[in-house]
Design a protein around this ligand. Sequence first.
Ligand code: PRP
Ligand code: ZN
Length: 297
Amino acid sequence: MKPRDRLRIAMQKSGRLTEPALDLLNRCGLTFRQSRDKLFLFGEGEPVDLLLVRDDDIPGLIAQGVCDLGIVGRNVLSEFQLTAGREGPALSEWRSLGFGRCRLSIAVPQEFDYREPAQLQGMRIATSYPGLLGEWLRTNGVDAGVVTLAGSVEIAPRLGTADAICDLVQSGGTLVANQLREADVLLESEAVLTGPEALPTDERGDMIDLLLKRLDGVIQVRESRLLLLQTSRSALDAVIRLLPGGPQPTLLPVAGQPDQLMLQALCAGEVSWRQLEEIKKAGAREMFVLPVEKMLA
Ligand code: PRP
Ligand code: ZN
């Protein structure tokens, strides 16, 4: 295969991961020109292009070397590793991306009183994840029939083709609508960045390095806030004690007011009105909470 000089990332064409994945890449400084067929998005600034495909095809495209990286649910990656991917080159989970959280769970009819996996002995379980389900059944010493379906798994019990299902649950709405309830969790999933265990040694490897650093910067600060405030030196200790978690604050002098300090702190999460009011009571004023967009340590 002719070596490529541009990095190619596979992601879901249309689904729950598409929008947040594009948003994340945009925050990493990657922008794309839409091609007419929308299968291929050409990168404008950096040499990084996107291939928009069915999520289940993503690990295979990377294993074949058609794409260098992929953004996909951990559920899809793990299933591939247990089934089709067993033969080919190993794929790694490079980063978990913090969106698209869901669970791969066993669900049973509402009237079924589920307490333990052994109750599934001899049952037929419908799923699109035969690899993950099979492994879980083996681990739990349960001998059950696995009915592999490509989609609409949740209606199998009503159709009488299965007694239980193993499917993704996010809000739980699909289960309720089908008179099912979640019985056991096989896998906690979210969107991950995946790629081959061995990264390319050419410029694409450097590009992946750069992308991982930018991703870390974005992921780290996504929930962060920068807190700015003014305080008297005498109130400083009390104010610092109330600051939400994060690294040590920075202190700056205030021109013409030797007893005043300007404090700057990076906070790990949202800063609430309640917290601000407490800090103000301790002696702070002129307080600002700013979102953090990028960070390069
Ligand atoms: C998944 C899963 C369920 C639904 C669960 O399907 O197969 O049908 O989401 O979500 P809920 O708990 O919020 O109702 P998805 O919409 O991702 O489509 P797919 O299975 O065809 O990929
Ligand atoms: Zn799917």
